[in-house]
Write a protein that binds this ligand. Structure first.
Ligand code: HEC
Ligand code: HEC
Length: 338
């Protein structure tokens, strides 16, 4: 697939990992050097996509199909998709639930809410979570998770998603990072995030849509593949206890730029303390959530492990406060990269 990207003019130098290559696991020093090089990429301005620019014809149809899959993931390729041979996604979220739409209405076009506009240029990259250099295809496949039907690069649905990502990145500068990418940077607070305060805030600011138990609200045709009207933050249909969103600082930054629905990076509705407290409540270990049996294998290089990825297994033999502190802070760096 990388070769395909290389053939498309404009995508030639996504990020140059030489002398390493996709699949390599790197010793700490090499990984740190590559991460530093990645962080030092030139910056390009935000680019607002426009649906009106999608070309007519088969190429445009494939891009539109990709958009539809990001919007209606659960119906198209989710675990309740009417066509069982298409159940390639492991949960019942839609990609757009997390990669939200900005003013353009397109999935993955909202600033600081995990936008996908520059995704093509962000890979390959060293992924601290797996300890390896990964390609865009591997990252996007990882987002599907382990569905009932294994996702394949050749699947037309996957190719449509890639076509959309490539179209989104048209006119961008290869090898450059983008303003508005990732998550909204946030000021640290002096105290630990507090799930008890978070519970009260959740009840007043989130519960109306995401439900009393944070299980979301299902559409009437849920069982026919319709999925959720308001996506779940808890339970087995959302991110599991090893997902990126499971880290309290990451979730806090995410919701600050996007929730309650209508909030944005320009107009956040939560203070950093409120966002952290709510994230602590949502990601508390007492909240029911899918259990990832492989989570102890994640972030294999301890030196590169972000503080916010806190799982009790990694704190065996240490006082319980050590785990509590890792999970809820006070965080040494809320904006630490994942
Ligand atoms: C008015 C309804 C509404 C309110 C209130 C609301 N949300 Fe959401 N939330 C949504 C919708 C709708 C989406 C999916 C966005 C999309 O698909 O474009 C979403 C998506 C999310 C997601 C990402 C998807 C997922 O399921 O993990 C998180 C996390 C989230 N909301 C957390 C919160 C938190 C925390 C609050 C309270 C501060 C909150 N939301 C308040 C409607 C709401
Ligand atoms: C529960 C929330 C959630 C859902 C649902 C989700 N993602 Fe993601 N996605 C994330 C997070 C968090 C990251 C950032 C991870 C990282 O730092 O590498 C991410 C990163 C990505 C990236 C890399 C972007 C970049 O520039 O580095 C791509 C591409 C992507 N997701 C595609 C998808 C697709 C396609 C789907 C649907 C099949 C999907 N995602 C569903 C949370 C989600």
């Amino acid at each position: 697939m990388l070769s395909l990207l290389l053939c498309v003019p404009g995508f030639a130098l996504a990020f140059d990992v030489a002398p390493h290559k996709v699949g390599d696991a790197l010793p700490t020093a090499d990984a740190q050097a590559l991460l530093a090089r990645y962080a030092a990429r030139p910056q390009q301005p935000w680019r607002e996509p426009s649906e009106a620019r999608i070309p007519a014809g088969p190429a445009g149809d494939q891009i539109r199909d990709g958009i539809d899959i990001l919007r209606n993931t659960s119906t198209r390729v989710g675990k309740l998709a009417p066509d069982a041979s298409k159940r390639m996604n492991w949960n019942s979220l839609n990609c757009v639930n997390c990669h939200q739409a900005g003013p353009s209405g397109l999935p993955g076009s909202k600033k600081f809410t995990l936008p996908l506009v520059n995704a093509v240029n962000d890979y390959p990259k060293f992924d601290i979570k797996s300890g390896k250099i990964i390609s865009l295809e591997q990252r996007a496949m990882g987002m599907f998770g382990a569905g009932a039907v294994p996702i394949k690069v050749e699947a037309p649905e996957f190719q449509a998603v890639l076509a959309y990502l490539r179209w989104l990145a048209q006119d961008t500068q290869p090898g450059a990072a983008m303003d508005g990418a990732g998550l909204l940077p946030m000021k640290a607070i002096a105290r630990a995030a507090d799930p008890v305060r978070g519970q009260k805030l959740y009840a007043s600011k989130c519960q109306a849509c995401h439900g009393v138990d944070a299980g979301g609200q299902r559409k009437p045709d849920f069982a026919q593949g319709g999925g959720y009207m308001f996506p779940p933050l808890a339970g087995s249909d959302t991110y599991d206890n090893a997902g990126h969103m499971f880290a309290v600082p990451l979730l806090a930054r995410y919701i600050r730029a996007s929730m309650p629905f209508g909030a944005s990076a320009d107009k956040p509705q939560l203070t950093p303390a409120e966002a952290l407290d709510i994230a602590a409540f949502v990601n508390d270990d007492t909240t029911p959530r899918g259990q990832n049996p492989n989570r102890t294998k994640l972030y294999p290089d301890v030196a590169l492990r972000p503080q916010g990825f806190a799982i009790p297994e990694n704190f065996a033999g240490q006082p319980p406060q050590a785990y509590q502190r890792a999970k809820f802070g006070p965080f040494r760096n809320i904006n630490e990269h994942y």
